[in-house]
Design a protein. Sequence first.
Length: 419
Amino acid sequence: MDAAERRIVTFTAGSHGLVHTYELSIPILLTVWVGEFSTTAAALGVVVTLGYGLFGVGALPGGVLVDRFGSKPLILACLAGMAGSFLLVSLAPTLPVLAAAIAIWGLTASVYHPAGLSLLSKSIEQRGTALGYHGIGGNLGIALGPLATALLLLAFDWRLVTAALAFPAAAVAAYGITVDVDEGGSDAAGTSDDGGPTGGTKGEVSLSSIATDTRLLIAGGFLVVFAFVTFSGLYYRTFLTFLPDLLGDVLGGLVDLQLVDPSSPYADQFDVGRYLYVAVLTVGVFGQYLGGRIADRVPPERGLVAVMGVLSALALLFIPATGAVATFVAVSLALGVALFTVQPLSQATVAAYSPSEARGLSFGYTYVGIFGIGALGSTLAGTVLTRAGPRELFVVLAVIAALGALSATAVARFATRRD
């Protein structure tokens, strides 16, 4: 990559990391808000569901806006909106104001994935490698963002912490203003020198044009791609939702680590399973890099067939591996690497099987599948664990991964590459 491409990757990777930092700092703050606003967990659950719901469903209209205005303006708006929403959180006097602030975060954050991924897929020649670095930024936000929030809360009031969290987004936005982008020959506003629409973005976007672009995607076999990303999203949520508890339960039966006095009020905060969970998320950095490198060397859909097969096998190995600490930790970390290897390969596949002029829309549909339909994985995991147990849950995960491998095979066979 040249210097201009590296600046684009730095901008998008930083933005991606912040989206997930804010996303996962909210659960950390919930424990403070229960007492601060004299409310219940149920009421706060509604508040968080509102924000997360908008984060998921907003991806589709976000993709439409990307195709209309270009990626860079949408990313800058996302960063400004997230910073502003957390400043509002820090000032929130009542629960309704807090709910409005979290809703603003969800709405503005929802445009990031279609915008950032569309920009990378159009502007970087080594697309797979760029998507890998972009994923690394996201993984660092996922793993380190909540940790940083928790540590800050040990020393500072939550209002000061949430206000401080606004500044990184403002800093990345300031950097992003200086980054030159080229989305297939378009400028950020999507107009040429004579005022007409350019190749990277459109002039007017209407329901008719969205329907036309959707038909264009379907005609090229994008429904098969959508099926794959939905299975990958289901695996992601089903695997991660109850993973901290599962890891803690298994490790509790294998080792007896007393990090603090059991009678201490802080004893529950030192569950060793949580540390292994953070490790699983952190090693995902290597998976993101690996997936990006694979995507630059082989057709990404073929790489997905292999990686989904690995995820299916690892799911079946998980329960047998719980017999010893070494095998359990090894399989857990291997799952973390493989799980995040999927992401850059999946994103490269979406880009390869969608036309440039509908790239934002294609990523909008993609993240409705991953974050929207994929969110059902949490319900699926909870139901299986309640009615059966961990063994059955990992069999279900193996089946989901196998279906993902089959759908990736169908992409290679039946869909039409667009670039």
